[in-house]
Design a protein around this ligand. Sequence first.
Ligand code: PLP
Length: 404
Amino acid sequence: MLSETQATAPRTTTGGLAGLPPVTSDSLLALIAMANADPRPDKIDVGVGVFRDAAGQTPILKVMKKAERILLETQSTKAYLGSAGDKRFAELIRPILLGPHADDERIAGVQTPGGCGALRLGFELIATANPNARVFVSTPTWPNHRPLIRGTRLEIIEYPYYDRDSGTVRFEEMIEGLGSAREGDVVLLHGCCHNPTGADLNDEQWGEVARFVAERRLLPFVDIAYQGFGRGLDEDAAGLRGLLAACDDVLVAQSCDKNFSVYRDRVGSLFVKSGSADATARAMAHVFQRAREMWSMPPDHGAAAVRIILDDPQLSADWLVELDAMRDRINAVRRRIAAADPRLAFIGTQFGMFSMLPLRREQVLALRERDAIYMADSGRFNIVGMADHSIDRFVAAVVEALDG
Ligand SMILES: Cc1ncc(COP(=O)(O)O)c(C=O)c1O
């Protein structure tokens, strides 16, 4: 049976690698393997977490190809860069992410291996500063959050987040659930395009969360892996910026893997804000030490190519055009699915690549067997996982499943 979380194997006591117990594989990776193995030519894989265009492809952005050519031509050394990675990359991400807070000396950023690297590094920093901190995560949340937190041995506590019937955020229950958090506890928030639900906080709710965490002296950790995929670069970072205005201590895990379409190149960054520039500098010294212990230094290629784009006004403008096109497709497909049936209308009110269909597990499995449609057991599916020509078939099969 597939589960949403990756099982962690107990430690073996026999010693030697042969004594290792088997590990249950990540459910989403298992789903991708199952979809790949299905021979039916019209299969639809909406379990995968990458943007696909109208033709069902995940092409390299044109601007990225240009930047990579420039990198190939101009790079003169591959000597080590150090644990901070490409410093100019982090400087260029700063205004895109932080907006009016970009000049705040209490905020420092470092390149990481993707958003996962940033999350892990942030949790390592928290575990170093306060090993008793508990991490509050939304129910549901992206399945890899738990393993990333568990690796640092911090305790995980869930807070209610999503109402499957209405497709909206259970905001009052969320705040109530966070009521048990103690000073110094961490609240993990999705900056935009909540994965797996697509249900984001609205501006007013973000304001309330900011007031709540500031008042209770909690530590907000914002995971923003889809900036620009929801409403726009600034709009998608508005909640995060409100937290920066309200709180002394804030962590942000940022990823370029989706919005630059460089998934396997592992491009991201961790930003840390504390109460003073000195305290932030001290925190960053720990960050570099933790990074050194884990990956020593981040991979260069993808971040160097993003840096080339963001350092050049024309290439930056070209990137924004391609980013807008990705967002437009996500929102157009959302509208098309939402219009097909009143029970799917909620999909048109949500943001980002994912939504969760109100299907039971048996219905999800039936879609897999009968229709060769692959989505997570939870009903999470990738809005842009399918080509345009598959949308009608997908919607018809889902409506049939909902009727059944
Ligand atoms: C919510 C969320 N956070 C972080 C990530 C990590 O992204 P990356 O591939 O950059 O590690 C993802 C990727 O799927 C995600 O969905």
